[in-house]
Design a protein. Structure first.
Length: 271
C-alpha cells in the first residue's frame, strides 16, 4: 500500500475491507421510545467524568429504546440512557451507557464519538397473536440473554407537541487506552455531537409523536452492566416518535490529557 492510499484510509482494516466510511450516516424512519425520569444524585455523579455535573437538583435522565429500520449501517436496535448535565455553564445530554445489536455501528460509535457501546439483545413488541393485550409498546434489553437490564413501556394515548422536547447536544467520553503499560490513555476527550432530527408526520399533517403513561425499570443489578445506578426514582413523562436524521463528525470540547494532575495521581496509584 502506498502512502497516499494509507493516508486516505478512514477506518480499520485499511484497504478495501474498511469497517465504515466517513460521515454523514443516514437514518430514516427511526422509531424511538424515550422516557424522562429522575434518578439518585450520588449514583449519577459516580458515572460522570470530571467537569460534568447534573444540570438539575434532582438529576434527570432519559432512557431510549430505538428501532432503526434503515441506516447507512443497516437495520438494528439501540438502548441507552442519557443524563442532563452542565459543562462550562451549557446544558448537554451525557451518555454513560449504550447497547446495540449490530457490529458496525458499535465500532463506528466507539471510535468516532466515544459512545460506550456494547452488544446486547433487544426486543420491541406490542403484544402478538393469541395475546389479549397490546395497548402498551414494550422495549426490553438483556445482557446476556436471560438477564434483563432495562424494561421500557408506553401507552401512546395522545398526540404530543414537539415543543415539549429539548433539543440538546450530546456528550460522550472518547477513551482509547495506551498500548504501553503504565501510560495515560492515547485519547481521552469529551466529544460533542449535534443532531438535527426531523419528526415525521401522519397523512393528516399531525406529528408522529405521541405521549401517554410510561414505565421504566432497571431490572438487574449487574456489576458488569450497572444500569441500576441510574434506576428511576420518579417517572416524568414518556414519548414515542418517528424520526429522520443524519450523523456527522463531532467536536472535541474537552481534552483530559491536558490536565496532568489527573494522570499523575492515577499513575502514582498504580505504581
Amino acid at each position: 500500500m502506498d502512502k497516499a492510499a494509507f493516508a486516505t484510509s478512514f477506518s480499520q482494516p485499511v484497504g478495501p475491507g474498511f469497517a465504515y466510511a466517513p460521515p454523514p450516516y443516514l437514518y430514516r424512519g427511526v422509531e424511538d421510545i424515550f422516557i424522562a425520569y429522575e434518578a439518585d444524585r450520588d449514583n449519577v455523579e459516580s458515572l460522570l467524568p470530571p467537569g460534568l455535573e447534573p444540570a438539575d437538583e434532582t438529576p434527570v435522565c432519559l432512557a431510549w429504546g430505538r428501532w432503526i429500520p434503515f441506516s447507512s449501517f443497516g437495520p438494528y436496535h439501540e438502548s441507552y440512557v442519557m443524563v442532563r448535565v452542565l459543562l462550562d455553564g451549557e446544558t448537554y445530554l451525557y451518555q454513560p451507557f449504550i447497547f446495540t445489536d449490530n457490529e458496525i455501528p458499535l465500532v463506528a460509535g466507539r471510535e468516532l464519538w466515544g459512545f460506550a457501546k456494547k452488544l446486547a439483545t433487544m426486543h420491541r413488541t406490542s403484544g402478538g397473536a393469541g395475546t389479549p393485550f397490546g395497548e402498551q409498546m414494550l422495549f426490553t434489553t438483556e445482557r446476556p440473554v436471560g438477564q434483563r437490564i432495562v424494561t421500557m413501556a408506553i401507552a401512546c394515548e395522545q398526540i404530543a407537541e414537539p415543543a415539549q422536547l429539548d433539543d440538546l447536544p450530546v456528550l460522550s467520553l472518547r477513551l482509547i487506552p495506551h498500548a504501553e503499560q503504565g501510560r495515560p490513555p492515547s485519547v481521552c476527550e469529551l466529544v460533542r455531537l449535534d443532531v438535527s432530527a426531523h419528526l415525521r408526520r401522519s397523512a393528516d399533517g399531525t406529528p408522529m409523536l405521541f405521549t401517554g403513561r410510561a414505565s421504566i425499570t432497571m431490572d438487574a443489578r449487574s456489576i458488569v452492566d450497572p444500569w441500576h445506578l441510574l434506576a428511576p426514582t420518579r417517572v416524568i413523562r414518556g414519548w414515542y416518535g418517528v424520526f429522520d436524521f443524519d450523523l456527522h463528525h463531532g467536536v472535541v470540547v474537552k481534552n483530559y490529557l491536558q490536565d496532568t494532575s489527573i494522570w499523575s495521581a492515577s499513575l502514582a496509584t498504580l505504581a
